[in-house]
Design a protein around this ligand. Structure first.
Ligand SMILES: Nc1ncnc2c1ncn2[C@@H]1O[C@H](COP(=O)(O)OP(=O)(O)OP(=O)(O)O)[C@@H](O)[C@H]1O
Length: 387
């Protein structure tokens, strides 16, 4: 999305580039950070869609000036996804011209504020949006946001690993990491991990089987491992960037016709280490079956690094080794982050998913990779010391 047309005009304002622009040109334009319409309304996410629809329509009419005088019969609403954390709706209206315009309405899932810093997310979205990333923010309400609808397909894990697409993701990530978000530039990774650790280590489950499984976890051991990893990674002085932190296939959309790639969903975005963002993305090569054998080998990583470091002339990229070491150190941090996240979810999420099992999977993978990752960084650091 570009920074062009920064307020909801309701009539033919220029939207962002690419397919999304096509889908929404008639009514949508991006809002400047200070101008984004807000509403104090909230919508009960547990309502069935037919019951929820009049509330959603009222909300859209309140927030989207161009739709305010439309009759409710012009609206149609469908569910795009009931993702792990949110409910995402597509709201469309038929205009007099016969064109259809669509937006998305995202309702935050219950308890998601325990793992997502909404203030941080809402602060960043307008700037990311102005730099051309994600769906444009059109309105904010008490428990969600209205955004432009992106007309593109969601990537699968296999797409993401395809060399041509991987190169495009790397180039786009290079651009993403250059966005400046006002405010503190302190990396948040370790703060977030320690916050998760504190919450995750103080849980109590009513279900006795769950409680027994939970009690097998040694938080003292995790704490020591996190500390060791933090101290070691600090020695790398890794570049800090505004990181997406959740670049899984479901957060990558591609319009094939326009060859336009979209990064979406900035819920976990924060200032962090570039190598963390890349490692977290590589961990997602594991796909829905969580097959961590699909983690990219060195050649595949270097292909990504070349396009990330030198998008215009990938073959001239240098400092690949440093990025390789950073990435494969933060690979462990990514496992720990999502392992602890899953423990908190196991307690608070209404979704019927084996989050405890996911904790053991991610933490187990971290343990498995620990020795080789730590010796990689140690030998790199001793190489630097010895000149
Ligand atoms: N603005 C958009 N336009 C069109 N489709 C979208 C848009 N945002 C998200 N989607 C689609 O909805 C899916 C779920 O996206 P969403 O960001 O809501 O996930 P989520 O609720 O955060 O779930 P999870 O926690 O699993 O990531 C995406 O994979 C994509 O297919």
């Amino acid at each position: 999305m570009g920074s062009e047309g920064r307020s909801w005009s309701g009539v033919g304002a220029a939207a962002g580039s690419g397919a999304e622009a096509k889908a929404t040109t008639a009514v949508v334009s991006a809002a400047a950070p200070a101008e984004i319409p807000t509403s104090s309304a909230s919508v009960d996410i547990s309502m069935p869609l037919p019951e929820m629809s009049p509330h959603i329509i009222r909300l859209c009419k309140e927030l989207l000036q161009g739709w305010s005088s439309l009759d409710s019969s012009c609206f149609s609403i469908e569910t795009v996804s009931g993702g792990i954390t949110n409910l995402l709706l597509k709201v469309s209206v038929k205009e007099d011209t016969g064109n259809e315009s669509s937006v998305t309405v995202r309702l935050y899932g219950p308890n998601t504020d325990l793992v997502i810093d909404r203030k941080r997310e809402l602060q960043a979205i307008p700037y990311l949006s102005a730099a051309g990333f994600g769906a444009r923010l059109l309105g904010i309400f008490e428990n969600g946001v209205v955004q432009s609808f992106i007309n593109a397909r969601t990537l699968s894990p296999a797409d993401m690993r395809e060399p041509r697409i991987a190169a495009e993701i790397a180039r786009e990530l290079h651009r993403f990491h250059q966005v400046d978000i006002p405010g503190s530039k302190e990396p948040q990774l370790w703060n977030d991990i320690f916050k998760f650790l504190k919450k995750a280590s103080a849980l109590k489950f009513e279900d006795t089987t769950k409680q027994e499984r939970y009690e097998t976890i040694s938080f003292r051991e995790i704490q020591d491992e996190v500390k060791e990893l933090k101290d070691l990674s600090d020695l790398l002085h890794a570049p800090v960037v505004y990181a997406h932190n959740d670049l899984l296939s479901g957060n990558l959309m591609l319009n094939d016709l326009e060859a336009k790639l979209y990064f979406i969903d900035f819920e976990y975005g924060s200032y962090s280490y570039r190598g963390y963002d890349i490692a977290n993305h590589f961990n997602e090569y594991a796909g829905f079956d969580c097959d961590y054998n699909l983690y990219p080998d060195k050649d595949v990583q270097y292909h990504f690094f070349r396009n990330y470091l030198q998008p215009d002339r990938p073959n001239e990229a240098h400092d690949l080794e440093a990025l390789y070491v950073e990435t494969n150190t933060f690979r462990l941090a990514s496992h720990i982050y999502w392992a602890l996240w899953a423990l908190i979810q196991a307690k608070v999420s209404p979704i019927d998913f084996d989050y405890l099992g996911y904790f053991f999977l991610r933490y187990g993978e971290c343990k498995k990779q620990m020795d080789s990752c730590l010796s990689l960084v140690q030998s790199f650091l001793s190489g630097l010391r010895n000149g």
